[in-house]
Design a protein around this ligand. Structure first.
Ligand code: DHB
Ligand code: FE
Length: 322
Protein backbone atom coordinates (compact mmCIF):
# COMPACT_ATOMS: atom_id res chain seq x y z
CA UNK A 1 0.00 0.00 0.00
CA UNK A 2 1.22 3.53 -0.71
CA UNK A 3 1.49 5.92 2.25
CA UNK A 4 1.87 9.67 2.67
CA UNK A 5 4.65 9.68 5.22
CA UNK A 6 5.52 13.38 5.43
CA UNK A 7 4.55 16.86 4.35
CA UNK A 8 6.81 19.73 3.36
CA UNK A 9 5.77 23.37 3.39
CA UNK A 10 8.14 25.42 1.25
CA UNK A 11 8.40 28.90 -0.30
CA UNK A 12 9.23 29.12 -4.00
CA UNK A 13 10.88 32.53 -4.57
CA UNK A 14 12.32 32.61 -8.13
CA UNK A 15 15.46 34.48 -6.98
CA UNK A 16 16.33 31.41 -4.86
CA UNK A 17 16.43 29.44 -8.11
CA UNK A 18 18.58 32.13 -9.75
CA UNK A 19 21.00 32.09 -6.77
CA UNK A 20 21.29 28.31 -7.22
CA UNK A 21 21.82 28.53 -10.95
CA UNK A 22 24.43 31.30 -10.67
CA UNK A 23 26.37 29.68 -7.80
CA UNK A 24 25.59 32.52 -5.36
CA UNK A 25 24.44 30.38 -2.43
CA UNK A 26 27.47 31.27 -0.29
CA UNK A 27 27.24 35.03 -0.91
CA UNK A 28 26.58 37.06 2.25
CA UNK A 29 22.97 37.80 1.22
CA UNK A 30 22.04 34.17 0.50
CA UNK A 31 24.21 32.15 2.90
CA UNK A 32 21.92 32.31 5.98
CA UNK A 33 18.99 31.14 3.86
CA UNK A 34 20.81 28.30 2.12
CA UNK A 35 22.57 27.13 5.32
CA UNK A 36 19.13 26.56 6.80
CA UNK A 37 18.23 24.22 3.93
CA UNK A 38 21.04 21.75 4.71
CA UNK A 39 19.29 19.82 7.53
CA UNK A 40 16.20 19.47 5.32
CA UNK A 41 18.33 17.92 2.57
CA UNK A 42 19.86 15.51 5.04
CA UNK A 43 16.36 14.58 6.18
CA UNK A 44 15.05 13.86 2.68
CA UNK A 45 18.13 11.79 1.81
CA UNK A 46 17.34 9.55 4.79
CA UNK A 47 13.58 9.61 4.22
CA UNK A 48 14.00 8.41 0.59
CA UNK A 49 10.55 9.12 -0.86
CA UNK A 50 9.56 7.30 -4.05
CA UNK A 51 7.07 9.95 -5.11
CA UNK A 52 6.31 13.57 -4.22
CA UNK A 53 2.89 15.08 -4.81
CA UNK A 54 3.83 18.71 -5.35
CA UNK A 55 1.06 21.25 -4.87
CA UNK A 56 2.17 24.53 -6.45
CA UNK A 57 1.07 27.39 -8.65
CA UNK A 58 2.10 28.32 -12.14
CA UNK A 59 2.87 32.05 -12.61
CA UNK A 60 1.63 32.62 -16.17
CA UNK A 61 4.49 30.45 -17.47
CA UNK A 62 2.72 27.35 -18.76
CA UNK A 63 -0.82 28.45 -17.92
CA UNK A 64 -1.63 31.91 -19.21
CA UNK A 65 -4.72 34.00 -18.62
CA UNK A 66 -6.13 32.38 -21.80
CA UNK A 67 -7.01 29.32 -19.78
CA UNK A 68 -7.18 29.23 -15.97
CA UNK A 69 -7.67 25.78 -14.45
CA UNK A 70 -8.60 26.14 -10.79
CA UNK A 71 -7.32 22.68 -9.82
CA UNK A 72 -5.01 20.64 -12.05
CA UNK A 73 -3.02 17.45 -11.95
CA UNK A 74 -0.13 16.34 -14.17
CA UNK A 75 -0.50 12.75 -15.32
CA UNK A 76 2.37 12.65 -17.85
CA UNK A 77 5.56 10.61 -17.61
CA UNK A 78 7.67 13.75 -17.61
CA UNK A 79 7.46 17.52 -17.31
CA UNK A 80 9.90 19.99 -18.88
CA UNK A 81 11.16 23.11 -17.05
CA UNK A 82 9.16 26.11 -18.30
CA UNK A 83 10.63 29.12 -20.08
CA UNK A 84 9.89 32.04 -17.73
CA UNK A 85 11.42 34.66 -19.99
CA UNK A 86 15.12 33.82 -19.76
CA UNK A 87 14.96 30.34 -21.29
CA UNK A 88 14.17 27.20 -19.29
CA UNK A 89 16.20 26.74 -16.08
CA UNK A 90 18.98 24.19 -16.43
CA UNK A 91 17.42 21.74 -13.99
CA UNK A 92 16.64 18.06 -14.54
CA UNK A 93 13.48 17.06 -16.36
CA UNK A 94 10.81 16.17 -13.79
CA UNK A 95 9.76 12.51 -14.01
CA UNK A 96 6.11 11.87 -13.23
CA UNK A 97 4.27 8.86 -11.82
CA UNK A 98 1.47 8.36 -14.30
CA UNK A 99 -0.19 5.36 -12.62
CA UNK A 100 -0.50 7.02 -9.21
CA UNK A 101 -1.46 10.36 -10.80
CA UNK A 102 -4.35 8.75 -12.71
CA UNK A 103 -5.45 6.89 -9.57
CA UNK A 104 -5.54 10.15 -7.59
CA UNK A 105 -7.32 11.90 -10.48
CA UNK A 106 -10.03 9.27 -10.51
CA UNK A 107 -10.51 9.55 -6.74
CA UNK A 108 -10.68 13.33 -6.89
CA UNK A 109 -13.18 13.44 -9.73
CA UNK A 110 -15.43 10.77 -8.23
CA UNK A 111 -15.31 12.81 -4.99
CA UNK A 112 -16.59 15.95 -6.76
CA UNK A 113 -13.24 17.67 -7.46
CA UNK A 114 -13.40 18.44 -11.18
CA UNK A 115 -9.71 18.34 -11.99
CA UNK A 116 -8.13 19.69 -15.13
CA UNK A 117 -6.16 16.65 -16.30
CA UNK A 118 -2.83 17.68 -17.78
CA UNK A 119 -1.08 15.36 -20.20
CA UNK A 120 1.46 18.03 -21.03
CA UNK A 121 2.67 20.63 -18.56
CA UNK A 122 5.85 22.70 -18.34
CA UNK A 123 6.75 23.45 -14.73
CA UNK A 124 7.98 26.83 -13.52
CA UNK A 125 9.81 28.09 -10.40
CA UNK A 126 6.74 27.26 -8.31
CA UNK A 127 7.69 23.60 -8.68
CA UNK A 128 11.42 23.53 -9.48
CA UNK A 129 12.59 25.88 -6.70
CA UNK A 130 11.13 23.74 -3.86
CA UNK A 131 12.78 20.71 -5.50
CA UNK A 132 16.15 22.52 -5.50
CA UNK A 133 15.62 23.60 -1.90
CA UNK A 134 15.04 20.01 -0.78
CA UNK A 135 17.43 18.20 -3.14
CA UNK A 136 20.17 20.74 -3.98
CA UNK A 137 21.89 20.63 -7.36
CA UNK A 138 21.41 17.16 -8.81
CA UNK A 139 21.72 15.43 -12.20
CA UNK A 140 18.36 13.73 -11.71
CA UNK A 141 15.60 14.44 -9.18
CA UNK A 142 15.75 11.56 -6.68
CA UNK A 143 12.00 10.83 -6.77
CA UNK A 144 9.06 11.00 -9.15
CA UNK A 145 6.84 14.08 -8.94
CA UNK A 146 3.11 14.48 -9.47
CA UNK A 147 2.48 18.19 -10.13
CA UNK A 148 -0.76 19.57 -8.70
CA UNK A 149 -1.12 23.16 -9.96
CA UNK A 150 -3.69 25.35 -8.21
CA UNK A 151 -4.79 28.76 -9.43
CA UNK A 152 -3.79 31.41 -6.89
CA UNK A 153 -2.92 34.18 -9.35
CA UNK A 154 -6.36 35.18 -10.66
CA UNK A 155 -9.48 35.59 -8.53
CA UNK A 156 -11.65 33.71 -7.78
CA UNK A 157 -9.22 31.25 -6.24
CA UNK A 158 -10.09 28.21 -4.09
CA UNK A 159 -10.55 28.65 -0.35
CA UNK A 160 -8.32 27.07 2.28
CA UNK A 161 -11.23 24.82 3.23
CA UNK A 162 -11.63 23.55 -0.34
CA UNK A 163 -7.87 22.90 -0.49
CA UNK A 164 -8.14 21.06 2.82
CA UNK A 165 -10.94 18.79 1.56
CA UNK A 166 -8.96 18.09 -1.58
CA UNK A 167 -6.01 17.02 0.60
CA UNK A 168 -8.28 14.60 2.49
CA UNK A 169 -9.28 12.92 -0.79
CA UNK A 170 -5.65 12.74 -1.91
CA UNK A 171 -4.75 11.01 1.34
CA UNK A 172 -7.42 8.35 0.90
CA UNK A 173 -6.51 7.91 -2.77
CA UNK A 174 -2.85 7.30 -1.98
CA UNK A 175 -3.73 4.83 0.77
CA UNK A 176 -5.83 2.82 -1.68
CA UNK A 177 -3.05 2.55 -4.26
CA UNK A 178 -1.85 -1.06 -4.13
CA UNK A 179 1.86 -0.53 -4.79
CA UNK A 180 4.20 -0.04 -1.80
CA UNK A 181 5.27 3.57 -2.20
CA UNK A 182 6.74 6.09 0.21
CA UNK A 183 4.94 9.29 -0.76
CA UNK A 184 5.58 12.81 0.49
CA UNK A 185 3.46 15.86 -0.26
CA UNK A 186 4.66 19.43 -0.78
CA UNK A 187 2.55 22.52 -0.11
CA UNK A 188 4.42 25.42 -1.67
CA UNK A 189 4.37 29.20 -2.05
CA UNK A 190 4.25 31.96 0.54
CA UNK A 191 5.03 32.92 3.14
CA UNK A 192 4.06 36.58 3.60
CA UNK A 193 4.90 38.69 0.58
CA UNK A 194 3.57 41.24 -1.84
CA UNK A 195 5.44 42.00 -5.03
CA UNK A 196 3.53 44.98 -6.39
CA UNK A 197 1.81 48.20 -5.41
CA UNK A 198 2.09 50.37 -2.31
CA UNK A 199 2.73 47.51 0.09
CA UNK A 200 5.37 45.87 -2.12
CA UNK A 201 7.96 44.22 0.11
CA UNK A 202 5.67 43.83 3.13
CA UNK A 203 6.45 40.91 5.46
CA UNK A 204 4.51 39.75 8.52
CA UNK A 205 6.70 37.58 10.75
CA UNK A 206 3.97 37.31 13.43
CA UNK A 207 1.42 35.93 10.96
CA UNK A 208 3.95 33.50 9.46
CA UNK A 209 5.14 32.22 12.83
CA UNK A 210 1.59 31.58 14.02
CA UNK A 211 0.88 29.81 10.71
CA UNK A 212 3.91 27.53 11.09
CA UNK A 213 3.06 26.83 14.76
CA UNK A 214 -0.53 25.94 13.96
CA UNK A 215 0.32 23.51 11.17
CA UNK A 216 0.95 20.99 13.92
CA UNK A 217 -0.91 22.58 16.89
CA UNK A 218 -4.17 23.85 15.41
CA UNK A 219 -4.50 23.19 11.67
CA UNK A 220 -8.27 23.73 11.80
CA UNK A 221 -7.70 27.45 12.42
CA UNK A 222 -5.61 27.67 9.25
CA UNK A 223 -8.20 25.80 7.21
CA UNK A 224 -10.68 28.66 7.68
CA UNK A 225 -8.39 31.67 7.11
CA UNK A 226 -10.26 33.81 4.59
CA UNK A 227 -8.78 35.25 1.40
CA UNK A 228 -9.20 38.75 2.84
CA UNK A 229 -7.18 37.78 5.92
CA UNK A 230 -4.34 36.43 3.78
CA UNK A 231 -4.20 39.50 1.57
CA UNK A 232 -4.51 41.91 4.52
CA UNK A 233 -2.04 40.26 6.86
CA UNK A 234 0.26 38.24 4.58
CA UNK A 235 0.18 40.36 1.41
CA UNK A 236 -1.47 39.82 -1.96
CA UNK A 237 0.85 36.93 -2.82
CA UNK A 238 0.78 35.53 0.71
CA UNK A 239 -2.45 33.93 -0.43
CA UNK A 240 -0.26 31.26 -2.03
CA UNK A 241 -0.36 29.69 1.45
CA UNK A 242 -3.80 28.19 0.78
CA UNK A 243 -1.84 25.51 -1.08
CA UNK A 244 -0.23 24.39 2.18
CA UNK A 245 -3.72 23.29 3.31
CA UNK A 246 -3.77 20.47 0.73
CA UNK A 247 -0.49 19.22 2.18
CA UNK A 248 -1.61 19.50 5.79
CA UNK A 249 -4.95 17.74 5.26
CA UNK A 250 -3.25 14.93 3.33
CA UNK A 251 -1.34 14.10 6.53
CA UNK A 252 -4.53 13.61 8.54
CA UNK A 253 -5.75 15.73 11.44
CA UNK A 254 -3.68 16.15 14.62
CA UNK A 255 -1.27 13.31 14.07
CA UNK A 256 1.88 14.99 12.86
CA UNK A 257 5.07 16.15 14.44
CA UNK A 258 7.33 18.91 13.22
CA UNK A 259 10.81 17.65 12.47
CA UNK A 260 12.36 20.78 10.99
CA UNK A 261 11.66 24.48 10.47
CA UNK A 262 13.61 27.29 8.80
CA UNK A 263 12.34 30.86 8.42
CA UNK A 264 14.37 33.61 6.86
CA UNK A 265 13.66 37.22 5.90
CA UNK A 266 14.13 38.47 3.26
CA UNK A 267 14.52 36.30 0.20
CA UNK A 268 13.89 38.83 -2.55
CA UNK A 269 10.52 40.30 -1.46
CA UNK A 270 9.43 37.26 0.47
CA UNK A 271 9.60 35.66 3.90
CA UNK A 272 11.03 32.24 3.01
CA UNK A 273 9.62 29.42 5.12
CA UNK A 274 10.38 25.72 5.19
CA UNK A 275 8.76 23.15 7.45
CA UNK A 276 8.82 19.35 7.53
CA UNK A 277 6.01 17.44 9.22
CA UNK A 278 6.13 13.70 9.67
CA UNK A 279 2.98 11.64 9.72
CA UNK A 280 3.05 9.85 13.09
CA UNK A 281 0.40 7.20 12.64
CA UNK A 282 1.63 5.98 9.27
CA UNK A 283 5.39 6.28 9.46
CA UNK A 284 6.07 5.47 13.08
CA UNK A 285 3.39 3.27 14.65
CA UNK A 286 5.90 2.28 17.32
CA UNK A 287 6.09 5.92 18.44
CA UNK A 288 2.46 5.83 19.58
CA UNK A 289 3.03 2.84 21.80
CA UNK A 290 6.22 4.43 23.11
CA UNK A 291 4.18 7.54 24.00
CA UNK A 292 1.57 5.35 25.69
CA UNK A 293 4.28 3.64 27.73
CA UNK A 294 5.61 7.00 28.95
CA UNK A 295 2.09 8.11 29.92
CA UNK A 296 1.44 4.84 31.73
CA UNK A 297 4.72 5.06 33.61
CA UNK A 298 3.96 8.65 34.60
CA UNK A 299 0.53 7.70 35.89
CA UNK A 300 1.77 4.86 38.18
CA UNK A 301 1.69 5.75 41.85
CA UNK A 302 5.18 4.97 42.98
CA UNK A 303 6.13 5.75 46.60
CA UNK A 304 8.25 8.66 45.30
CA UNK A 305 5.32 10.13 43.38
CA UNK A 306 3.14 10.13 46.52
CA UNK A 307 5.56 12.38 48.35
CA UNK A 308 4.78 16.10 48.16
CA UNK A 309 6.61 17.17 45.00
CA UNK A 310 9.44 19.64 45.26
CA UNK A 311 10.06 22.21 42.52
CA UNK A 312 12.39 19.89 40.61
CA UNK A 313 10.03 16.90 40.71
CA UNK A 314 7.07 19.04 39.61
CA UNK A 315 9.06 20.36 36.64
CA UNK A 316 10.03 16.80 35.70
CA UNK A 317 6.40 15.67 35.84
CA UNK A 318 5.31 18.60 33.68
CA UNK A 319 8.01 17.80 31.15
CA UNK A 320 6.77 14.22 30.80
CA UNK A 321 3.19 15.44 30.28
CA UNK A 322 4.28 17.56 27.31
C1 DHB B 1 8.75 36.66 -5.61
C2 DHB B 1 8.02 35.72 -4.88
C3 DHB B 1 7.13 34.88 -5.51
O1 DHB B 1 6.34 33.98 -4.86
C4 DHB B 1 7.00 34.90 -6.88
O2 DHB B 1 6.19 34.02 -7.47
C5 DHB B 1 7.71 35.85 -7.63
C6 DHB B 1 8.59 36.71 -6.98
C7 DHB B 1 9.74 37.56 -4.95
O3 DHB B 1 9.78 37.66 -3.72
O4 DHB B 1 10.54 38.19 -5.66
FE1 FE C 1 4.84 32.99 -6.34
Amino acid sequence: MAKITAGIGCSHVPAIGAAFDQGLTQDAYWKPLFDGYEPAREWIKKHKPDVAILVYNDHGSALTLDLIPTLGIGVADEFQPADEGWGPRQVPVVKGHSALAWHITESLITNEFDMCVMNKLDVDHGLTVPLNIMCGKVDDWPFAVIPVPINVVMFPIPTGDRCWRMGEVIRRAVESFPEDLNVVIFGTGGMSHQIHGERSGMINRKFDTAFLDDLSKNPQRLRYIKHEEYTTFAGAEGIEMVMWMVMRAALGDNNVHEVYRHYHVPASNTAAGLIILENDDLKKPQKKSAKKAVKKAAGKKTPAAKKPAGKKAAAKKAAVKK
